[in-house]
Design a protein around this ligand. Structure first.
Ligand SMILES: NC(=O)c1ccc[n+]([C@@H]2O[C@H](COP(=O)([O-])OP(=O)(O)OC[C@H]3O[C@@H](n4cnc5c(N)ncnc54)[C@H](OP(=O)(O)O)[C@@H]3O)[C@@H](O)[C@H]2O)c1
Length: 299
């Protein structure tokens, strides 16, 4: 991509960001319990509940979602603040995916960089997914944002689970809200390269613990790249949704999510479909049917 084209798509990306930010309005409160068929507002076509041919099969397992720039990077190190760089339709899709997930998981790096809420806001949803953070040394619980507050998902009153490897933890000293649960998991030996520097939490152990302890049957892994790669290396991912935006970052943070990495993780590419001005690549474990007949109908 030429520098001129790059500059143009970055400018378009900024315009899209403001458009998307303006659309982020309603918040849905946590209300545990049975979730009915989703009522999808706008965006990438989602399966209407009453259309037999487009019926959504029950979704279980692990779905990884990552957004990439034109060169496959996951974030721009040059950005002063975290910006959404995918189109409104792709953001709607992400919120629908969160809505049909029992839990949404990220690594410590994503919370530190983006201070995300990981809630469903862009589509009606009758419960919020559990938020799950991998923070082996529990650094996030002791840190504050630049504004001096705790990270959003630690103080918004919705449920968050933080997995760590700190033995003999004095939980009282952390002064946590009742909505925060910290879970100790013994560290294990990491697989693959580019692994976290500190203690390693096995993705297989986490997936099992989330299912057994919290009833998580469908887990959405939302990043960042390091967390995503660990789940892939351990063959814990059942399907992948890659959102390709056309802008290019000035100082790209490589995702490392190449086709080879996905194939080595036991996944096969099902196809690519447009979503607004972005493109979505769909991958799945070969033996698993996609939840809908048409790829773009789910999520
Ligand atoms: N484009 C996208 O879709 C997307 C999505 C999310 C985030 N991002 C971007 O990605 C960047 C952050 O990247 P990142 O790779 O550092 O984020 P990350 O994967 O969210 O966090 C990495 C950290 O999480 C902990 N961690 C993750 N997996 C672990 C495991 N299996 N065992 C133990 N600890 C584990 C480690 O913490 P310790 O360092 O404490 O060991 C590790 O350094 C940000 O700029 C963010 O904006 C992009």
């Amino acid at each position: 991509m030429t520098p001129l084209r790059c500059a143009f798509v970055v400018w378009i990306g900024w315009l899209r960001h403001f458009d998307a930010a303006a659309a982020w309005t309603s918040r849905t409160a946590w209300s545990p319990g049975f979730r009915s068929s989703r009522d999808v507002a706008t965006g990438c076509a989602a399966a209407p509940a009453d259309a037999k041919s487009d019926a959504v099969a029950a979704v279980t397992g692990v779905t990884l979602k990552v957004a990439l720039d034109a060169n496959g990077a996951a974030a721009d190190r040059a950005a002063n603040e975290s910006l959404r760089f995918t189109c409104g339709e792709a953001l709607d899709m992400v919120h629908r995916l969160r809505c049909c997930s029992d839990a949404v998981l990220v690594g410590r790096g994503t919370v530190q960089a983006d201070n995300p809420s990981l809630t469903v806001r862009r589509t009606p949803c009758d419960r919020q997914p559990l938020r799950v953070v991998l923070d082996p040394r529990l650094e996030l619980l002791r840190q504050k944002t630049d504004q001096g507050a705790r990270f959003a998902l630690l103080e918004d009153g919705l449920t968050t689970v933080v997995y760590h490897t700190v033995p003999d933890l004095d939980e009282d000293s952390l002064n946590l809200l009742e909505t925060i649960t910290v879970v100790y998991v013994p560290p294990t030996k990491p697989s693959g390269d580019n692994v976290p520097h500190g203690d390693y939490l096995s993705a297989a152990t986490l997936t099992r613990d989330l299912r057994d302890r919290f009833g998580v049957n469908h887990l959405m892994v939302e990043g960042g790249p390091l967390t995503a790669r660990q789940f892939l290396y351990e063959h814990q991912v059942d399907r992948v949704i890659l959102v390709h935006a056309s802008l290019c970052f000035r100082q790209p943070l490589e995702s490392g999510l190449t086709e080879k990495v996905l194939v080595d993780a036991g996944l096969e590419k099902l196809g690519t479909e447009p979503c607004g001005v972005d493109q979505i690549e769909y991958w799945s474990r070969p033996e698993l049917p996609w939840p809908t007949t048409e790829l773009s109908k789910w999520p």
